[in-house]
Design a protein around this ligand. Structure first.
Ligand code: 5GP
Ligand code: MN
Length: 345
């Protein structure tokens, strides 16, 4: 039996299913989780969706949102542990290493359940019994759509499922702008729209639901916290804990900020350094030819995609910036130039 055939058999009768995704889920993480959950519920499965942390308010419109369990809330622990213990299948969506789900990662590793990993990040860890993985895919939502079609269940995709999946593809392609926007992406979203996804509504819910605080925070960051190093083709934001407090920063408020730095003419690499309780959270973005995931993995305990990656620093904010500038200066030729990145970082 092929791996896909045994996976298909595994979900052919009603099961207890546990779905999880990475910390601070974005639209692809939550959209793939809830798109898959709504589909599996229609197939007669019992489904529990657990996120390791909270997620942005502009994603809470997705069907099934109210039943999502946030594992970072202590009182949810017994419920999550019970669901994981009872699960026949665990789906791990939109992440390739178990450390991306915090403590849930070790719990999943230790469980003897059938684990399915659906993902499009580089260098996956070997933790799944069945892996539906492709770095060619722009989004995990694209892979979930293809999986449902391959299972022969396209007719089960309804408007709500289509909108969850559309959201992830729209955001992971940067609104169909990034180099990962393949013709397949357009075929898939054409299907989703045909099925009933209201593309304008989804775009409005995600991109045009700013709070006044968020807009003021973005304005402040651009006016006062942007550093441009034209000599290094670099632009980055440095946001302190105090800044976040001043603007009553909520999960999701910094989403997209780093793109303003990358939008500058001549900039090849952009970053956002944000001081949090547990260290400095870092987002990297780059132009097509610069691989920030390698940089994030080599120096910042992180990873991601070639042109969009992230990581973390446990140095102070000031020391983190110093290290960052030193590294970029030192590796400039490798990062932006002719030398092969993998060999020289
Ligand atoms: P963002 O900057 O939007 O938080 O993340 C950009 C991309 O990098 C996403 O695909 C995300 O999954 C990945 N990423 C962000 N932070 C980390 C990290 O700490 N580790 C890894 N492996 N990937 C990350
Ligand atoms: Mn994704």
């Amino acid at each position: 039996m092929t791996a896909f055939a045994s996976f298909k058999k595994e979900i052919s009768s009603p099961r207890n299913i546990f779905i999880t995704t990475h910390v601070k889920p974005d639209a692809d993480a939550l959209g793939s989780s809830l798109g898959l959950a709504n589909y599996l519920i229609k197939k007669g499965h019992k489904v529990t969706v657990v996120t390791p942390t909270d997620y942005p308010y502009f994603l809470t419109w997705m069907k099934g949102n109210d039943d999502v369990i946030d594992f970072s809330v202590q009182k949810n622990h017994p419920k999550v542990k019970k669901a994981l213990k009872e699960a026949d299948i665990v789906f791990c969506l939109d992440f390739s290493v178990l450390s991306r789900v915090n403590e849930l990662g070790e719990m999943i590793r230790e469980s003897d359940t059938f684990i399915v990993n659906i993902d499009h990040h580089q260098e996956p860890e070997d933790f799944a019994d069945y892996r539906l993985w492709s770095t060619e895919a722009a989004a995990t939502c694209e892979l979930v759509y293809e999986m449902i079609v391959k299972l022969g269940d396209k007719k089960l995709i309804d408007k709500e499922i289509a909108e969850c999946l559309y959201a992830g593809i729209m955001t992971d392609t940067g609104g169909f702008k990034h180099p990962n926007t393949t013709s397949n992406v357009h075929h898939v979203v054409a299907d989703l729209i045909k099925i009933g996804a209201d593309n304008t509504k989804v775009a409005n819910l995600i991109y045009d639901s700013n709070s006044v605080n968020r807009l003021k925070f973005i304005g402040f960051a651009i006016s006062h916290r942007l550093v441009v190093r034209e000599d290094l083709h670099l632009a980055y934001f440095v946001i302190s804990k105090k800044d976040l407090q001043k603007y009553h920063h909520k999960t999701g408020d910094s989403e997209g900020l780093v793109n303003y730095a990358l939008s500058l003419d001549g900039v090849k690499m952009a970053a956002l350094f944000s001081e949090r309780e547990d260290g400095v959270k870092i987002s990297f973005r780059s132009t097509a030819d610069v691989a920030v995931n390698k940089f994030a993995a080599a120096y910042w305990n992180g990873g991601g995609h070639k042109n969009a990656a992230g990581g973390r620093s446990h140095l102070s904010l000031k020391a983190t910036i110093e290290r960052f500038e030193d590294l970029v200066e030192e590796k400039e030729e490798v990062l932006f130039g002719t030398k092969v990145l993998e060999e020289n970082l």
